[in-house]
Design a protein around this ligand. Structure first.
Ligand code: GDP
Ligand code: CA
Length: 320
């Protein structure tokens, strides 16, 4: 860890790949007592009887520095023997399960069968991987993203992986959200009077961030917090870096721009971080009452992740 000039206590809201990049940067600047990452679990699904939590896995593998840099997801040094055999036997192979990755799904599923909650299973897995920063599933309840398309409703992983986000969407439904209770430590962190920033990662607003912030009570707790709520735009220029965020926006008749992301989060935000490519949007966002930070937000290298994390932390200090 770098020398730490920050007195910060940060709660970071995250999906998978985009979110984990910033979370890694924050984890290099903030100590485990200063940073908690709350993670979307509405992408979770059951496959071959296993409980798979794609976004939690991405966070664990990234903070554990075990992530596969070539693929951009999954574990490093991965092999695919099980999946090959599965295909030979006529099993479904649309969801890629690596040999090493399987161990996570097997153990998590076993923990859940033994009666542990998802958060407890996550804590155990994180401990075994040597992860010292807190990774919290948003809830121990079951919330599942359903994608409404012109030809019917799809489970999120079917839409995302099996159909490669090709179907045109007409809406997104977060099944079970109205009954979901935020995970205990997440709620506790959110109400901590010493919290100094709530940072929404540049994750997909509709399928990664919404499931967390649309749970009952969360939005108002965020707005009531003494800490500023700061989001980082996942949209740079007129596109997302990766994934379906921009395509979803077009299909939902939302303009594809960083400004539209800020507008979508609405009054929740105190501050918004946009890429230097979008500098021309800053004035209009500021006129709407937002504090705006314009910096390079593309995170290619570890240094990019750390620099962006530091810039956001410094930005939050100006908002006290
Ligand atoms: P998923 O759950 O794995 O789909 O990942 P997330 O929802 O956490 O992140 C997906 C979003 O991250 C996409 O909308 C991307 O545009 C955004 N993203 C990925 N990498 C970067 C980056 O380096 N900078 C910024 N600003 N956004 C990024
Ligand atoms: Ca995800």
């Amino acid at each position: 860890m770098l020398s730490n000039p920050y007195k910060h206590k940060v709660l970071n809201f995250s999906g998978g790949v985009g979110g984990s990049k910033l979370a890694l940067g924050l984890s290099k600047v903030l100590s485990p007592s200063q940073l908690s990452v709350v993670v979307n679990t509405a992408d979770d699904f059951e496959h071959f009887g296993l409980h798979i939590s794609p976004d939690l896995d991405t966070l664990m593998y990234t903070l554990g520095e075990l992530n596969n840099k070539e693929l951009g997801w999954g574990l490093n040094c991965e092999t695919w023997n099980m999946l090959d055999s599965l295909g030979q036997l006529g099993g479904e192979t649309w969801f890629q399960l690596g040999d090493r990755d399987m161990a996570t799904h097997l153990l998590r599923t076993q923990y859940l069968r033994e009666g542990l909650m998802l958060s407890e299973a996550t804590t155990r897995l994180c401990k075994s991987l040597g992860i010292t920063h807190e990774i919290l599933p948003m809830t121990d309840y079951r919330v599942r993203t359903k994608v409404q398309t012109k030809t019917g409703i799809l489970d999120f992983q079917e839409y995302f992986v099996r159909h490669k986000c090709k179907p045109e969407i007409t809406g997104i439904h977060l099944d079970g959200i109205e009954h979901a209770v935020p995970q205990e430590h997440f709620a506790k962190r959110l109400m901590d009077p010493d919290l100094s920033a709530l940072i929404i990662a540049p994750s997909n607003p509709f399928v990664s961030v919404d499931p967390i912030i649309k749970m009952p009570g969360i939005r108002s707790l965020m707005m009531d917090s003494n800490a500023p709520v700061i989001a980082v735009s996942p949209i740079i220029g007129e596109d997302a870096i990766k994934g379906p965020a921009a395509k979803m926006m077009r299909e939902l008749n939302i303009a594809v721009s960083c400004g539209a992301v800020a507008h979508y989060y609405g009054e929740l935000l105190d501050g918004f971080v946009i890429d230097e490519q979008d500098a021309q949007s800053a004035k209009q966002l500021q006129n709407s009452g937002l504090k705006v930070l314009v910096v390079p937000t593309l995170m290619h290298t570890i240094d990019d992740r750390i620099r962006l994390a530091e810039e956001i932390l410094n930005f939050s200090l100006t908002m006290k």
